[in-house]
Design a binder for this molecule. Structure first.
Ligand code: UDP
Ligand code: MG
Length: 332
């Protein structure tokens, strides 16, 4: 495309604007949307105001992740109102937040990409903070939430999984759950090329970046509605994070199993000694049952853990299309 001076596009009265193609966006903002009808109008108002004020070409890509409310109708209306800067990907069903982001990553046109949530928990007004870090030379900037506005349970469960992730993977980040993040294009391209399944975008981005940074960002209460993540989905997401980035759980488990085996062997030796030198005993039979049940549960956890990895391998081997786009609203 022929490069066109930016100023021509900012002058809304200029005739040139009508016949010229939109300038290549420098910034792509990616937002996954799942049942956010009540949050979209205030999001549009705040987000576009921030982006317009930046004074550089941008695009916003929304992925409608199979919403059951009228989120998609609102996105269609937004596209009709601002077709120059709005693109909408419509999934046929719900594939999850990270896949929704992935679909947008595969289509971004900007040199810098920003992700944020649609529920206004990530204030759009914080975007310039991230962009400043990218301008300072970082290729990936993660936000971490100060004064987090989530339930006590959510906040502390997050602390726990952050800790487990720190111990089991070599990914270092203060707040993995914060989606207010900025990436340079090469990092996003590497994420897309990885073809990761059941992925966790912040961790993938970290593994492909060479000069990451973090900034404190504000966190607000969900504007409307409740979190789309059930307890089960949160567990799944965090399993994916750990098993998708590390074999450490298998290795730790094997070490633990070896320690158990050593302990059991000792117990067998003690019992054998007593059987020979003391005689037949029935005492302690329930203690033995206790030990047996414990070992049995350890074995069951091991089977589950192996299952997690086998499941991931199965998905990779199956190589099925990861999502299906029903409709794409965009101006060429
Ligand atoms: N989301 C999505 N698909 C899902 C679940 C969530 O696209 O299956 C979007 C949701 O619309 C929001 C973001 O991901 O923009 C974060 O979701 P939510 O606020 O429910 O998560 P929480 O803030 O509780 O982690
Ligand atoms: Mg939220």
């Amino acid at each position: 495309m022929v490069p066109v001076p930016e100023s021509k596009f900012q002058n809304r009265n200029s005739k040139i604007e009508i016949c010229m193609p939109s300038p290549a966006p420098q910034l792509s903002v990616v937002i996954p949307v799942y049942n956010e009808a009540l949050n979209l109008p205030p999001l549009f108002a705040r987000l576009y105001a921030v982006l317009d004020a930046l004074g550089r070409p941008y695009e916003v890509i929304f992925t409608n992740d199979g919403s059951a409310d009228n989120s998609y109708a609102l996105l269609q209306a937004r596209h009709a109102a601002r077709p120059d800067v709005t693109r909408v990907i419509d999934f046929n069903t719900n594939y999850g937040q990270h896949m929704a982001i992935m679909a947008a990553f595969e289509r971004v046109r900007g040199e810098v990409i920003v992700t944020l949530d649609a529920d206004l928990q990530n204030p759009p007004e914080e975007i310039p903070k991230l962009l400043a870090q990218i301008a300072a030379g970082h290729d990936y900037v993660g936000g971490f939430r100060v004064d987090r506005q989530d339930s006590w349970f959510r906040t502390n469960a997050s602390r726990l999984v952050n800790y487990v992730r720190e111990q089991t993977t070599n990914i270092k980040m203060t707040d993995q759950g914060c989606m207010l993040r900025a990436y340079t294009r090469p990092v996003v391209e590497a994420i897309v090329r990885s073809g990761a399944i059941n992925t966790f975008i912040p961790a993938l981005a970290y593994s492909y970046s060479s000069n990451p940074a973090e900034v404190a960002v504000k966190h607000e209460e969900r504007h409307s509605g409740v979190s789309n993540y059930s307890f089960y989905q949160l567990i799944r997401l965090n399993f994916d994070l750990i098993t998708g980035f590390s074999l450490a759980p298998l290795q730790y488990f094997t070490m633990f199993a070896m320690a158990c085996a050593g302990g059991s062997l000792l117990l067998v030796l003690v019992l054998a000694y007593r059987r020979i030198f003391v005689g037949v005993e029935v005492d302690g039979v329930f203690t033995l049952f206790g030990i047996l049940f414990f070992l049995l549960s350890v074995a069951m956890i091991g089977i589950g853990l192996i299952g997690e990895y086998v499941g991931r391998t199965y998905q990779v081997v199956r190589a099925r299309q990861r999502y299906h786009v029903r409709e794409l609203l965009e101006t060429k």
